[in-house]
Design a protein around this ligand. Structure first.
Ligand code: NFS
Ligand code: SF4
Length: 648
């Protein structure tokens, strides 16, 4: 690392980066240098390699014809690339959802032990949404029907995804009018691949209609199926205390990190780690116990449901191994850096892959089989325990940093927390938005990106928002960034939130930033927004709400799919770091302006986090004005002052 560039605002980073260097291994930031500066064509979306006449690049600065060899224009190339990102992101979330649906169905049929129905209320809710008869039927039979219907959503050839009916009616009408109500999830992904093949769809607007349709199949389809069926099987998250950051690793215990995205396996590893025989074995090996910690979205899943500590977010995965204290890093799918295999070699850590879909050269493969889930999990835990004596004590550096937090705010929880168990409703939230104590709602989500200072943009945007009385809903790696600095505690309201938001947080006992789960759980934000619309008083569509979305440090294609389904659901959505459509003026116009006419939601790009927050607040204020509640703000402050006077 030649230049002294700030890498992170997280205090665990600098000492571990130094340690990695001393230990002779490479980290993401070293490779970043090798890959800088990034190629301008790729970065702006202007590189096409869809056929062997190319690759073709459009140079916006060059005079003359700006077309690929086949005649493809800048906007077509950019739109095709962007659509393919949506297809890939949708595929990733949805294949996860399909895996959950398969296990769900097998479990309902009694074919696999170890999984059960933990949330009956949600089972009935989903049954109703799917049009499944309930009556006095056995929950097992209802579950079988749900599993079958959920799986059929992937291959549905006609009609619409069943969960679309959950959306506000006006939203559904917009989708139907534009012809973007998704059919089967797989079908929408395949259609993007077809339409972006050389010589097919060559109109950027038409391409982005399909991009929207596919993204909706993610948000209101694949991801939503993942969230809902996981909740039924593993339990709907309730507020629970947890800890975050690398300090959760234990000096004297076997440390196992579960990293990736699907809770199917990690749930079982948590169970296996409590197996008395394995705990005994750990003690025989000289450890005090077995410590499980999560990484990336797998972490969010088991944290929310079991309080399992969270080791860190995306950019900390190599650092976790660098601590020298990890016996096994167990991965399934998504957001796994291939470099983990190299870093692990530098220590005693075993990198264990578990999915046939995601093997890493140099890693040990123990394939997860849901029919024998607990036994596979035991085998993995045993492998880790047996590796404990290989830990070189002199090579261990566990940072002190760890923070307390409260997580697990599903949209159902928000419902009863705000409304109370017996009158569960979003009315108190709506009332507080209308009276101005809460200015608006923001979803701030998404990844880390090595091209920006780790966690910094997330935290700047979020602090700015809550200071301005905007309540923040968060998921994914953004949520972990918040946890690490104490934003996910009720006390954070006094320190960081504006007066109005703080008063609401105090009354209800919630943090100003609500951790709603993993990235597939962004569907919880869709549902919360829908619940607010349905409660009344704030318009009749998601696009009417004083709300905005952001992914300040995004990097994955999944983030693009999420962004597009938020936009297509009527949300103003701002992305930071970089944006792969900047190379085409027509695409910029479509995404940043025209979408507001058609989809009633639009994209924006703003790498400066303060400006990003400002844009979101301006949008929120614009919506408040349109709703006629913009004046209420001052009035409420006055009311509060008066009340305090009366009370005092
Ligand atoms: Ni989401 Fe979660 Fe993190 Fe980004 Fe990766 S872990 S699925 S993609 S990096 S937020
Ligand atoms: Fe070039 Fe057209 Fe082939 Fe793309 S599809 S590589 S623009 S010739």
């Amino acid at each position: 690392m030649a230049k002294k560039k700030k890498l992170s605002v997280d205090k665990t980073v600098t000492p571990l980066v130094k340690k990695a260097k001393d230990d002779g291994t490479n980290l993401v930031w070293d490779r970043l240098e090798d890959q800088s500066p990034p190629c301008g064509f790729g970065k702006s979306g202007l590189c096409c390699r869809l056929c062997a006449m190319g690759p073709c690049r459009i140079n916006p600065l060059k005079e003359g014809e700006k077309k690929g060899i086949c005649g493809a224009t800048a906007e077509t190339i950019v739109a095709r690339n962007f659509s393919r990102m949506i297809a890939s992101g949708t595929a990733a979330h949805s294949d996860h959802g399909r895996g959950v649906a398969e296990v769900f169905l097998a479990a309902a049929k009694g074919e696999i032990p170890g999984y059960e129905i933990k949330d009956e209320k949600k089972l009935y809710q989903v049954a109703m949404d799917f049009g499944i008869e309930i009556g006095d039927r056995d929950t097992k039979d209802i579950a079988v029907d749900i599993g079958e219907k959920a799986l059929a959503e992937f291959s549905r050839q006609e009609g619409e995804l069943l969960f679309l009916k959950r959306a506000p009616l006006k939203r559904q009408e917009i989708w139907r009018k534009l012809g973007i109500a998704p059919r089967g999830i797989d079908r929408e992904v395949v259609e993007i691949m077809h339409r972006t093949h050389m010589g097919v769809d060559q109109d950027h607007r038409n391409l982005m209609l399909q991009g929207s349709r596919c993204a909706l199949a993610d948000g209101w389809g694949g991801s939503m199926i993942a969230t809902e069926l996981q909740d039924i099987m593993f339990g709907n998250p309730r507020p629970i205390a947890g800890q975050v950051n690398l300090g959760v690793l234990k000096e004297d215990e076997v440390n196992i990190i579960v990293h990736g995205h699907e809770p199917l396996l990690s749930e079982m590893i948590v169970l296996a780690s409590r197996d008395l025989e394995l705990v005994k074995l750990a003690k025989e090996k000289g450890a005090k116990g077995i410590n499980i910690a999560g990484m990336c979205c797998t972490a969010n899943e088991i944290l929310m449901r079991h309080g399992v500590p969270l080791a860190g977010n995306f950019l900390q995965q190599e650092l976790a191994v660098t601590t020298g204290a990890v016996e096994a890093m167990v991965v399934d799918v998504q957001c796994l850096m291939q470099s983990l295999a190299d870093v692990a070699k530098c220590y005693h850590t075993k990198l264990i892959t578990t999915s046939y879909k995601a093997k890493v050269t140099g890693a040990e493969h123990i394939e997860f089989d849901e029919h024998d889930a607990l036994n596979v999990a035991r085998k993995i835990v045993r492998t880790a325990v047996e590796n404990y004596p290989n830990r070189g004590k002199e090579k261990v550096l566990i940072p002190d940093e760890k923070n307390d937090m409260v997580v697990g705010f599903s949209h159902e929880t928000i419902n009863y927390l705000l409304g109370g168990l017996f009158r569960a409703a979003y009315k108190p939230l709506n009332d507080n938005i209308i009276n101005g104590r809460i200015r608006g709602v923001a979803g701030v989500v998404g990844c880390n990106n090595a091209r920006t200072v780790h966690d910094s943009n997330h935290l700047t945007v979020i602090k700015e928002l809550i200071k301005n009385d905007v309540i923040v809903l968060t998921t994914g790696c953004a949520a972990m960034a918040c946890g690490k600095v104490g934003l996910l505690t009720p006390e954070a309201a006094f320190e960081y939130a504006g007066e109005g938001l703080a008063s609401v947080c105090e009354a209800v006992g919630i943090p100003p930033v609500l951790h709603m789960g993993s990235c597939v759980d962004n569907t919880r934000i869709l549902m919360a927004a829908t619940a607010v619309v349905k409660e009344g008083g704030l318009g009749d569509d998601i696009s009417d709400l004083p709300a905005a979305g952001a992914a300040p440090e995004w990097m994955s294609e999944k983030a693009i799919a999420i962004g597009q389904y938020f936009v297509a659901s009527g949300v103003f959505t701002v992305f930071g770091t970089t944006f792969p459509v900047l190379g085409s003026e027509k695409m910029r116009k479509l995404l940043f302006e025209e979408f507001e006419e058609t989809l009633k939601g639009k994209w924006a790009f703003e790498p400066d986090p303060e400006k990003m927050a400002q844009m979101m607040i301006e949008h929120i204020d614009k919506k408040r004005k349109e709703l006629g509640i913009d004046k209420a703000r001052e009035r409420v402050l006055y009311d509060m002052a008066m009340r305090r006077e009366l009370e005092g």
